[in-house]
Design a protein around this ligand. Structure first.
Ligand code: T1G
Length: 699
């Protein structure tokens, strides 16, 4: 089998080229090839210098993540790197695309690094629950200083080549990758330039920096609560300047790396990494399905959602016509969009010129006449079926043929909405999450008649505007909100039975969620859920337990942060949730009226009843085909509902606990309560009977 690494000669320069598409990952064959080609280049007297580059779209983008969790294979990356550091001829790494992780670590083994201006470098291992495990935590501080190293390694963020040059990571920017790198290498030879070996220079830590490690530790203990990788990253960088030698520091890095490699958090975060790519693959929509060009967008509604959705398109350079029937509401919405951009500019995210450029793509209107030529229209009006049907009937009349008609509904029936149009094949749900310009998840909902073209066009469009798209089937609440209902019910039942809202929120916050259900409700607005429940109550199954506690809170006028009080009270100007005696009294009274005896509830029970309610509903969603794979549910929850990435999503978490244990607890709560939320999903029983996990599930 031919090696994925070749050696080409350009004059007296040997170009070692990695050819392992799509991202030149450092598979075993690549590592072996790098060693072999270097040995050949060093043995060839006609070669006076070496250039190391990636073929195709990028330099090496890291270790081959698919190898993780499997037995290590020789040669290890550190061995390969050592060969390059010890080379007796100048080695120049030529960077384009994204030199990431092990790729940048390999580039650090070269004596010099050049890059095209559009190239990027980074050490994103922390996003995978790891740390740079081939010397990155030891070499980067020696090249760019401790603070830059800590920032890059704990954030995992990429640096554009010009900034990498400023940081000392890249020695020169070249116009043309290979010719530029070869010319740079030839000059090294001509000048008799020294062979710079990073590992033989000390870390650039001066006395002032000593406290920096504790500062990073404290910051990340808050920002990344319970997450191991960032803490180990800091310890590894610290070792680069406190160890007696480079080798000692490298050894410490290896120990800290292996700790992470063996952690369930690494498995969870890599599950999330591949999952974010897996969800783009729709089994019944073949690759190459024709799609429509989207060069303009119309949005109905300029409220919180409409304005946030518009920003996504403006950020991607797609012109938006935004319709609000009332001029005052329209002006208010436009003002909020402008203010959001100006705040970003004040924070240095982009220039005021960029603000004007994006605002220049936005056309406000109060007339349907102005939106008919848009390639897609997204309705973000009041969450009421009758209103949505009126709007879609109007859209059907005004939108040009071939336009996509999308609804931002968060729970309502897409088929019913499509039924009022003559073009149900062009109708689809595009459920954005608030704040729509921030949240990564876009839950697209296929109607029974949505065409493959419509679906693929919207999936591609979602990626283009920077979203992670999950395709859901059509049911009440689709994937995310349908699971949220039993989760929310258990939270309310727990409070009726003895817990306090702050107990439930604390347990889930400590588990890693961004916030618990009560704080989340206060943030989102309790009146939203109230309206959905009043609608649901019309068809509430006889005998099914219902908690009216949340309704009573809303009926006191307590809608959450926006009214200064909800489940919690909020002091003037503060968003800190404070337990409120008024709510405590309401809870006691509600339990008494409902004849529910209150008692002690353990943290374990709180976590199980909230988590497994999610998992059980998720399993039903999976078996009904509303979600294509279990990972689609995980990606939905991690990117739309603040589920911690280091836990991998509710279904991955259930696999980690063990489906047999989860089933045993679901059966326990079912026997205890008789509630159909706890009726074990047939899929869980089937998987457990077969000794399988959700990850094994194939349709
Ligand atoms: N290993 C294996 N497969 C990878 C991969 C990797 N490192 N990176 C990407 N892929 C696959 C991906 O799953 C997808 O597959 C295809 O390539 C295109 O990716 C020792 C231990 C490079 C910025 O974390 O950030 O080095 O879906 O859709 O949008 O210290 O991929 O087509 O089957 O994302 O153009 C560190 C991870 C590894 C980089 C390109 N490196 N990759 O983005 O394409 S750990 C990373 C990315 C490490 C060392 C440590 C992005 C990208 P499929 P894509 P893209």
């Amino acid at each position: 089998m031919s090696s994925p690494v070749v050696l080409e000669k350009r004059g007296a320069v040997g170009v070692i080229l990695v050819q392992n598409p799509p991202v030149n990952a450092l598979s075993q064959a690549v590592r072996q090839g790098l060693r072999d080609r270097l040995a050949e280049a060093l043995a060839d007297d006609s070669i006076t210098a070496v250039v190391l580059a990636g073929d195709g779209r990028t330099f090496i983008a890291g270790a081959d993540i698919r190898e993780f969790g499997k037995p290590m294979t020789a040669p290890g990356l550190n061995e390969v790197i050592q060969d390059y550091e010890n080379a007796t001829k100048p080695v120049v790494a030529a960077i384009h695309g994204t030199a990431l992780g092990g790729g940048l670590e390999t580039a650090f083994a070269a004596h010099y690094r050049v890059a095209v201006a559009k190239g990027f470098v980074g050490l994103p291992e922390v996003k995978l629950g790891l740390l740079p495990g081939a010397g990155g935590t030891q070499r980067l501080p020696r090249v760019a200083g401790v603070e830059t190293a800590l920032k890059m390694i704990t954030s995992g963020d990429m640096l554009p080549a010009p900034l990498a040059q400023k940081a000392g990571i890249v020695d020169a920017i070249v116009d043309e990758l290979i010719p530029g790198a070869c010319a740079f290498a030839e000059k090294l030879v001509a000048d008799g330039a020294p062979l710079k070996v990073i590992s033989r220079s000390r870390g650039k830590l001066d006395e002032a920096d000593k406290g920096i490690f504790d500062k990073f530790r404290a910051d990340l203990a808050k920002k990344a609560r319970g997450v191991l990788a960032p803490q180990n990253c800091i310890a590894a960088v610290e070792a680069s300047v406190t160890s007696d030698s480079f080798e000692a520091g490298l050894k410490r890095e290896g120990e800290l790396f292996m700790e992470l490699m063996q952690s369930p958090q690494r498995a969870a975060q890599i599950h999330a990494f591949f999952g974010e790519r897996e969800v783009a693959k729709i089994p019944d929509i073949p690759k190459g399905t024709p799609t429509r060009e989207i060069n303009s967008c119309a949005i109905l509604g300029c409220g919180t959602m409409g304005g946030g959705i518009a920003m996504n398109f403006l950020n991607a350079g797609i012109p938006v016509t935004i319709l609000e029937l009332e001029q005052a509401a329209l002006d208010r919405g436009i003002g909020i969009i402008r203010r959001n951009y100006e705040n970003s500019a004040k924070r240095g995210r982009f220039t005021m010129e960029e603000v004007e450029k994006r605002m220049g793509l936005l056309t406000p209107t109060t007339s349907y006449d102005d939106i008919g030529q848009a390639d897609i229209v997204i309705e973000a009006v009041f969450e009421d079926m009758e209103i949505k049907k009126q709007v879609f009937a109007k859209l059907d009349a005004v939108m040009k043929p071939g336009a996509i008609l999308a609804s931002n509904t968060s729970t309502l029936d897409i088929d019913e909405i499509a039924s009022v149009t003559k073009r149900p094949e062009d109708v689809i749900g595009t459920h954005f999450f608030s704040p729509a310009n921030v949240m990564k998840l876009l839950e697209n909902v296929r109607g029974a008649k949505s065409s493959p073209n419509t679906i693929q066009t919207v999936m591609d469009l979602g990626k283009r505007i920077g979203k992670i798209c999950v395709l859901a089937g059509n049911c009440h609440g689709f994937i995310g909100n349908r699971m949220l209902h039993p989760y929310g019910r258990q939270a309310s039942f727990l409070v009726e039975e003895g817990a306090q809202p702050e107990d439930v929120d604390r347990v889930l916050y400590d588990f890693g969620l961004a916030m618990g259900p009560f704080a989340m409700g206060d943030l989102a607005g309790l009146d939203v859920g109230y309206r959905v429940r009043q609608h649901q109550l019309k068809t509430w199954p006889q005998g099914r337990r219902y908690s009216s506690l949340a309704d009573k809170v809303v009926e006191l006028g307590r809608h959450g942060q926006k009214t200064g009080a909800g489940w919690y009270r909020y002091e003037e100007g503060s968003r800190v949730p404070l337990p409120d005696p008024v709510v405590k009294e309401l809870i006691e009274k509600n339990s008494a009226e409902a004849g529910i005896k209150r008692g002690e509830i353990s943290d374990d029970e709180i976590l199980e009843r909230c988590m497994y309610a999610l998992v059980n509903e998720g399993a039903k969603i999976l078996e009904e085909g509303i979600a294509i794979r279990s990972v689609d549910i995980d990606i939905t929850y991690m990117n739309g509902y603040g589920f911690p990435k280091h836990r991998g999503g509710p279904m991955h978490y259930a696999d980690y606990v063990g489906l047999d244990k989860v089933l045993e607890r679901i059966r326990h709560y079912y026997e205890q309560s008789g509630e159909d939320d706890w009726k074990p999903a047939a899929l869980i029983e089937k998987l457990v009977a077969e000794g399988k996990s959700f990850a094994d599930f194939q349709r």
